[in-house]
Design a protein around this ligand. Structure first.
Ligand code: HXC
Length: 510
């Protein structure tokens, strides 16, 4: 008996060693943790339950029968993050470069199936040389099976990808279909075709980091949602994100203990809006002052900074925030910000996370760049996302809410549940200057008359009361009491139910 137990331990030890000491040292030398070290950093202590430690590939081409490392280059299983269940896979670059064989993919599929069935998030730690070249189409078939599960899991359980090494070719499309992608600076990259192919085909000379590193994907392409300095920081931030999310679409977001008075008054907000209506201010200040304990988890911080998206808690419950940012492009909506916010709104709606929208928007950004780029279709994404969302929607207009952009930003007309406006709000079809230029074109040469007309327009329309008289605004509120009003608004919406006409699925303008 004893020798059987010892053999099990010996087999386990061999599997845990992955590709061996030399390759582990090489991994560390690149500033990267091993797959098992990453899982340890991600999960609660001693919570990891591993599956398929002894799975080996079945390939016999290219002499592969001589090399059958246990686990086949990916560590899979489940564990907990602050006591809540998650499924995880971590590709092991020390074993055949973390390359994906049919059996490697099968291990990932197994935990994805369990995650969907049992209602828990999937966290993928990606570090792989791609399709296992020796396996050819068997590897491609494996990828296809993972892709299909990404699609089936979408909207059922949260899916989070952390890119912690190479991720190239068609392999990028699994993370691309997950809800959030995190990257590690300098040690991870993602691209469909690498620098060599790019140079051959387009004559562009570019490094892997420039083409598909964390900086590129968080600020230029918006493929990734956040970038971190090293593995440990990235994994700690995944833990923080998990704390905001429900485990599946079958349950409500978690409620955490909170120590912040929901009725907290913030007198400083009364002076947040500058006297000059064209002067910027930082919308994040308002977000932090509304949130429980000032805790804000921002998503896509470095991309389309004219809109801010992320999670806060109110009375311990998760709320998604979408806010125009007057500090960048005056808070205009454009292609990038509409896409960014629309995807966030759809995530929140899929997982029953209420949405708080903070509005200061002078309109859509003009220009050929925007029109040629399809701002009509992209802007419609945000409009569509808000209108289809059935979660509680509370809106606070702080200053400008002009034209189409006013309607888009979770207005009552798109079934926003409760709309508040600060007294500094201007809910109008456009700003006074633009309106007067159109209405009184014939008086354009007379500066005094134009000034009087502008003043008249401002007096009559640059306020929240025209909209409030029509019930488009539910209440004009004191800035200082925003947290209290918003907390009470969401509390009143906890049992909201909405009926929609039957459909197979919608046809959001992609
Ligand atoms: C089999 C692979 C492999 C792969 C790496 N290895 N990639 N084995 N299939 N795809 C092995 C190497 O042979 C090596 O084995 C070990 O992993 C480490 O690789 P190194 O090259 O020494 O590491 P490094 O210098 O850090 O370079 C990493 C790398 C490079 C840039 C990822 O290995 C590389 O270019 N690999 C090939 C990438 C590729 O073309 N993949 C297929 C893409 S097509 P030893 O025994 O020496 O340690 C694809 C399609 C997916 O992925 C489609 C989905 C639908």
């Amino acid at each position: 008996m004893q020798h059987i137990l010892q053999e099990l331990e010996a087999r386990r030890a061999a599997a845990r060693l992955g590709g061996g000491e030399r390759r582990i040292d090489a991994q560390h030398a690149k500033g990267k943790l091993t797959a098992r070290e990453r899982i340890e950093a991600l999960l609660d202590e001693d919570s990891f339950e591993e599956f398929d430690m002894f799975v080996t590939h079945r390939c016999t081409d290219f002499g592969m029968e001589a090399t059958r490392p246990p686990g086949d280059g990916v560590v899979t299983g489940w564990g907990t993050v602050n006591g809540r269940q998650v499924y995880v896979f971590a590709q092991d670059f020390t074993v055949l470069g973390g390359s994906v064989s049919a059996t490697h993919a099968g291990k990932i599929c197994k935990i994805m199936d369990m995650a969907i069935q049992n209602g828990a998030p999937v966290i993928g730690l990606n570090d792989s040389g791609g399709a296992r070249i020796q396996e050819g189409v068997d590897s491609l078939a494996g990828y296809g099976e993972v892709f299909q599960r990404n699609i089936m899991a979408s909207g059922v359980v949260p899916q989070i990808s952390v890119i912690m090494g190479p991720c190239a070719g068609g392999a990028v499309y699994s993370p691309a279909m997950t809800d959030f992608i995190f990257m590690v600076r300098e040690s991870s990259y993602m691209f469909v075709t690498g620098p060599d192919v790019v140079r051959t085909v387009t004559n562009e000379v570019v490094t892997a980091e420039e083409l598909g590193g964390a900086q590129t994907h968080t600020s230029k392409s918006s493929v990734a949602d956040a970038a971190f300095e090293d593995d440990i920081e990235a994994l700690a931030e995944v833990r923080r994100l998990i704390d905001f999310l429900p485990l599946s679409n079958r349950e409500k977001p978690p409620v955490r203990p909170f120590f912040d008075d929901p009725g907290r008054i913030e007198p400083s907000l009364d002076t947040l809006i500058p006297a000059n209506p064209n002067a910027p201010y930082d919308m994040k200040e308002l977000i932090l002052k509304i949130a429980d304990e000032g805790d804000f988890y921002e998503i896509q911080e470095a991309f389309a900074r004219n809109i801010v998206t992320g999670f806060i808690r109110l009375e311990g419950s998760t709320v998604g925030v979408v806010a125009n940012q007057p500090m960048v492009l005056a808070g205009c909506l454009d292609i990038d910000s509409a896409r960014k916010a629309a995807r966030f709104v759809r995530f929140c709606d899929a997982f029953d996370i209420p949405i708080l929208t903070l509005v200061d928007v002078p309109g859509f950004l003009p220009g050929t760049g925007q029109e040629y780029g399809g701002v009509i279709k992209h802007g419609a994404k945000l409009l569509f996302a808000y209108g289809e969302a059935t979660v509680p929607k509370v809106t606070v207009i702080t200053r400008k809410a002009y034209g189409g952009a006013y309607v888009v930003m979770a207005s009552k007309h798109l079934r926003g549940d409760i709309s508040y406006a600060w007294p500094t709000s201007e809910v109008a079809v456009m700003g006074a200057k633009g309106a007067v230029e159109i209405l009184y074109r014939s008086e354009a040469g007379d500066a005094d008359r134009i000034a009087a007309r502008t003043q008249d327009y401002e007096d009559r329309f640059a306020n929240p009361f025209v909209a409030a008289e029509r019930g488009f605004i539910d209440e004009v509120i004191q800035p200082r009491s925003t947290r209290r009003r918003v907390c009470r608004a969401f509390a009143s919406l906890r049992n909201k139910t909405v009926k929609r006409p039957w459909k197979k699925h919608d046809n959001i303008p992609l």
